[in-house]
Design a protein around this ligand. Structure first.
Ligand code: GDP
Ligand code: MN
Length: 392
């Protein structure tokens, strides 16, 4: 689960990690009030920041520093409601519905801090770089040595000596090292206690007067741990998510929308990945990833069908099921019922194997509906690709 920058900064604040003063606003009036309060409190400038679940906002025109209240009002007007396009939003961009109005910082250096799970190492890794700011992806790709790493032993956690090592590599001044250690230790504690999967502070800045701040903050949480964080779950902003994915999550369906035109319904994530591969191999492209789960029932299959059909790009449906816990006859009954109920007119291609496969095939054949059944996964993929090409 992703959250907004202003929410992430609230979390950091609770863990004693310094972030600039600021307030979230959803209206121009609200933004103006927030900016005025910051100027009244002595700010030299304010930053108007688009709040969307994507990075690269600065380059896209979604982050602007204002020296006066009038400029702040102008930038808020420019940014609120804009369709912000960044390298992470896709070509259509994301509509800005919230602003963060923040006290501007006098930046000395822009550095980088991050914590992620390194799956190969099976450990969290704390990363730091002097090359913070808006080009960190390029740094990682071209000069990976400019990113310093400390692997964290889960038995003892992130140690102060590791923070000191990173702080020295960042070239911080001697009098800043102690603050930096506190800063990094606070980040690590927040990461672990919130069950996060990613923390990125880019930039992590030093100011002209020597202070340290998290100027930007991106946090992702581990969805599988959200059941034990009711407070964090409330930070979810569904306006930032794909509407079909939001709908699917209501039914505990594992659905991710893609750009192709062959809708896939599969049980098991591995088989779902293989299905997308074989569609590609057969010359087509998948409209989605969908894992209905090992124990899907009729209701879930109906819901899944409904979600697949709401995608206007879809020209054919490919159902690839290996019957285990979900028996093939149960699946076939559900598919027939759903296809009848929802009046599905798109071609449906199936590949069925596993428990009660004969009964399943019989149910399809006797349904009075038109299904195509492939003998193998490749045959079925070929049929689905042909159906999508010739389909209405
Ligand atoms: P991102 O582009 O989505 O990563 O947004 P950031 O929050 O990282 O902001 C982008 C850039 O705007 C930063 O790298 C800074 O260079 C600049 N910026 C953000 N806040 C301030 C500020 O308070 N003062 C100044 N001078 N620049 C800022
Ligand atoms: Mn940033």
């Amino acid at each position: 689960m992703k959250i907004h920058e202003y929410q992430a900064k609230e979390i950091l604040r609770k863990y004693g990690v310094p972030v600039p003063q600021g307030e979230m606003a959803t209206t121009l009036d609200g933004a103006d009030t927030a900016a005025k309060a910051l100027f009244d409190a002595g700010a030299n400038g304010v930053v108007i920041k688009a709040q969307i679940h994507a990075g690269g906002r600065g380059k896209g025109g979604g982050v602007k520093v204002a020296k006066t209240l009038a400029d702040a009002a102008k930038y808020s007007k420019d940014i609120l409601g804009m369709q912000l396009v960044t390298h992470q939003t896709g070509p259509h961009g994301q509509k800005v519905q919230r602003l963060l109005v923040e006290e501007a910082s006098a930046i000395d250096r822009e550095l980088y801090l991050g914590i992620v799970l390194d799956r190969a190492a099976g450990r969290l890794v704390f990363m730091a770089s002097q090359a913070g700011g808006m080009e960190i992806e390029e740094v990682a790709a071209k000069t990976p040595d400019a990113i310093y790493k400390e692997y964290i032993d889960p038995a003892v956690g992130f140690q102060a000596y590791q923070a000191r090592k990173l702080a020295f590599k960042l070239g911080l001044k001697p009098e800043q090292i102690g603050e930096a250690v506190k800063f990094m230790s606070g980040l690590y504690k927040a990461f672990v206690e919130t069950d996060a999967s990613l923390f990125e502070i880019n930039p992590f800045i030093t100011t002209k007067d020597g202070k340290l701040f998290a100027l930007d903050c991106k946090i992702n949480f581990d969805d599988n741990a959200m059941f034990r964080h009711k407070d964090l779950k409330e930070l979810r902003d569904v306006a930032e998510e794909d509407p079909l994915e939001v709908e699917a999550s209501k039914y505990s369906l594992n659905y991710i929308k893609l750009d192709g035109n062959i809708a896939c319904m599969v049980n098991g994530a591995g088989l779902a990945m293989a299905t997308m591969d074989i569609i590609q191999y057969a010359g087509g492209s998948a409209a989605n990833f969908l894992d209905v789960g090992g124990g899907a029932n009729q209701q879930q299959i109906e819901n899944a069908f409904e979600i697949l059909l709401s995608d206007k790009n879809v020209k054919a449906i490919f159902i690839n099921i290996f019957g285990g816990i979900l028996r093939v006859d149960v699946l076939a009954t559900a598919v027939v019922a759903a296809a009848k109920k929802l009046n599905v007119t798109l071609p449906i291609v199936l590949r069925l194997e596993g428990t009660n496969v004969e009964e399943g095939r019989k149910i399809l054949a006797e349904s009075g509906l038109k299904f195509e059944v492939g003998a193998t996964m490749k045959d079925a993929a070929d049929l689905a690709v042909a159906a999508a090409k010739g389909g209405k």
